[in-house]
Design a protein around this ligand. Structure first.
Ligand code: NDP
Length: 245
């Protein structure tokens, strides 16, 4: 029986590559996208490759949008085997360089998508994940969220942008741990994943420096979305194994 998988922000970047890789592996992939045109473009591209994918409109910052998407997936598929909380932002603003800590709106905006987004989506999709025999939740995080690994070589521009981003991912990691604890008595496993430094629109300035293509980086997300039954829950991993929290 094919796995039913939802990838938020699946229309481009890492999410698109994850959707493609999962569809190639035989999963029924649902692309969650906040814009219909972008979703259709992604679906068309994958269908040209002979893959079958579905899509739902889904803005992770809008609970009504998430609830509507869950209702559509419940009607079409009755369950969800894997939820990939991929949608994320790294806000761009020249203001941030001057006011990295003074402007809390940047923190709020970043947390709204990167942290509260996955919480909302997970909460609303949990009933469908409970209907799976082996539900998996993947929170696409970053070593930028690690409180241990603070030595990432980045340009000054990024280092000024990063406090809000880093802390949104640190909080997401904490949420992964708490969620794994609360789901301990169920088959559902939760994993925080760092895909590495990836060539996507999220990293436009240093895109050339990013060593990984989105297709390469998607592999670790796929691994987390298809963890075997005996795998540990509540871990933080990248392609090389466990990452220090
Ligand atoms: P991109 O900017 O290329 O893609 C981001 C995706 O998230 C887009 O599909 C975008 O949709 C979607 N998105 C943003 N906000 C929302 C929202 N409110 N609701 C629904 N979808 C939304 O970034 P990446 O592919 O690089 O990033 C994917 C994930 O990987 C993020 O969580 C990021 O933090 C993480 N990551 C990325 C790294 C990198 O080096 N690129 C490194 C470590 C982690 P739309 O097209 O509508 O804007």
């Amino acid at each position: 029986m094919s796995k039913i998988v939802l990838v938020t922000g699946g229309n481009r970047g890492l999410g698109f590559s994850t959707a493609k890789a999962l569809a190639r592996s035989g999963a029924v992939v649902i692309i969650g996208a906040r814009a219909e045109a972008a979703a259709r473009k992604a679906v068309d591209t994958l269908e040209e490759e002979g893959l079958t994918v579905d899509w739902v409109e889904l803005d992770v910052t809008s609970p009504p949008s998430v609830r509507a998407a869950a209702e559509i997936i419940r009607e079409r598929y009755c369950r969800l085997d894997a939820l990939v909380n991929n949608a994320g932002i790294l806000p761009e603003s020249t203001d941030i360089v001057e006011h990295a800590f003074a402007d809390t709106s940047i923190f709020r905006q970043t947390f709204e998508t990167n942290t509260f987004g996955p919480v909302t989506v997970t909460e609303i999709f949990l009933p469908l994940l409970h209907k799976s025999v082996a539900g998996r939740i993947v929170n696409v995080s970053s070593t930028m969220g690690s409180l241990t690994d603070q030595n990432n070589p980045l340009s000054p521009y990024y280092s000024m942008l990063l406090p809000a981003y880093r802390s949104s991912k640190a909080a997401l990691n904490s949420i992964s741990v708490e969620l794994a604890k609360s789901l301990k008595s169920t088959p559902i496993k939760v994993t925080s994943v760092c895909p590495g430094f990836v060539q996507t629109d999220l990293t436009p300035i240093s895109r050339q420096q990013a060593p990984l293509t989105a297709d390469e980086a998607a592999q670790i997300v796929v691994t987390a979305a298809t963890l075997p039954a005996d795998a540990e829950s509540g871990t933080f991993i990248d392609a090389n194994g466990p990452v220090a929290w």
